[in-house]
Design a protein around this ligand. Structure first.
Ligand code: GDD
Ligand code: MG
Length: 291
């Protein structure tokens, strides 16, 4: 099975971290996010991963090398345009997986592919339940899993539906015909609405799921993936008179005497000076970030 992973976005909500590091390379529990995603895809039988790149592809390529395939857009083509551009460049002519490159999940991809085939769908969306869907794409389905409505980022309170697009799809290569080449096309705004009633299906998944794309969810993803109690990289130096609890401390960090670090992420090379208290924060090196 082939997967196209969208990694071309600028990660604007994670600035200033993403000024220097593209979102897929930001660490989650001291490993680049994309390593977690690649591992998940491989565990479901994905044996070829094509990255649809745009913003800062070199950092991604330098890390993964020949392990992955890379397609770099000449200009941002939007989510639909990027999937189609990558699929065409990679000559995909079979059922394939496409996913957003910023979702940390253990969703049942094997089950999603089986459901897609069983329904004879043209495209199938994995769904995840949330309390406030306004940040996401909202998906309504009938009892058989056919999508009856797809609304991207509805105004808060405007819909009772709580199932959202989890950012993982199974697609037939024929859907690429809906995406004209050479211009920006959104899969959420342009393609899904066209496919409603025309072979678009969706399946709810109960698995863990988090979009790492905002400061709060980036922090939450780190805390979810760290071992119980916390994670301190062996190259970090924590003064015996510092208190570090339930936090992720990256390589080369220094936590000075009297510092208190709780439920936070300290990114590679950062210094937490003597006497500073951090609660539910993310910090990077000077000039990089403080939330
Ligand atoms: N190659 C490429 N080119 N990738 C892109 C482009 C582009 O022009 N634009 C966005 N991406 C990538 C981003 O890097 C990210 O991995 C993914 O596409 C989704 O973009 P986001 O900007 O993170 O979208 P979102 O989080 O607001 O909403 C999307 O994800 C939600 C789930 O987390 C939508 O798909 C929603 O419907 C969905 O609910
Ligand atoms: Mg996102």
């Amino acid at each position: 099975m082939i997967a196209v992973v969208l990694v071309g976005g600028e990660g604007t909500r994670l600035r200033p971290l993403t000024y220097t590091t593209p979102k897929p390379m930001l660490p989650i529990a001291n490993r680049p996010f994309l390593e977690h995603q690649v591992e998940h895809l491989r565990s479901h039988g994905v044996d070829r991963i094509v990255l649809a790149c745009g913003y800062k592809p070199d950092a991604i390529r330098a890390h993964f090398g020949d392990e992955l395939d890379y397609v770099v857009e000449p200009e941002p083509l939007g989510t639909g345009g990027a999937i189609a551009f990558a699929a065409r460049e990679a000559a995909i002519d079979e059922t394939f997986v496409a996913c957003n490159g910023d979702v940390l999940t253990d969703l049942d991809l094997t089950g999603l592919v089986a459901f897609h085939r069983d329904r004879g769908a043209r495209m199938t969306i994995a769904l995840h339940p949330v309390d406030d869907p306004s940040r996401y794409g909202v998906v309504a389905t009938d009892g058989d899993g056919a999508v009856t409505a797809f609304i991207e980022k509805p105004p808060p309170g405007s819909t009772p539906v709580r199932t959202i697009n989890a950012g993982t799809y199974v697609a037939e290569p024929g859907v690429l015909d809906l995406v004209p080449p050479g211009r920006s096309v959104s899969v959420e705004y342009d393609v899904f609405p066209q496919l409603v009633g025309e072979g678009l299906c969706a399946l709810a998944d109960e698995g863990a799921w988090i979009d790492i794309g905002t400061p709060a969810s980036y922090l939450a993803a780190n805390l979810e993936r760290m071992p119980p109690g916390g994670l301190v990289d062996p190259t970090a130096v924590v003064d015996p008179k510092a208190v570090v609890e339930g936090s992720v401390i990256g390589p080369g960090c220094r936590i000075e005497a009297g510092a208190h670090v709780h439920g936070s992420v300290v990114l590679a090379g950062a210094l937490v000076p003597a006497g500073v208290t951090m609660d539910n924060l993310v910090v990077g090196r000077t000039g990089e970030s403080v939330w």
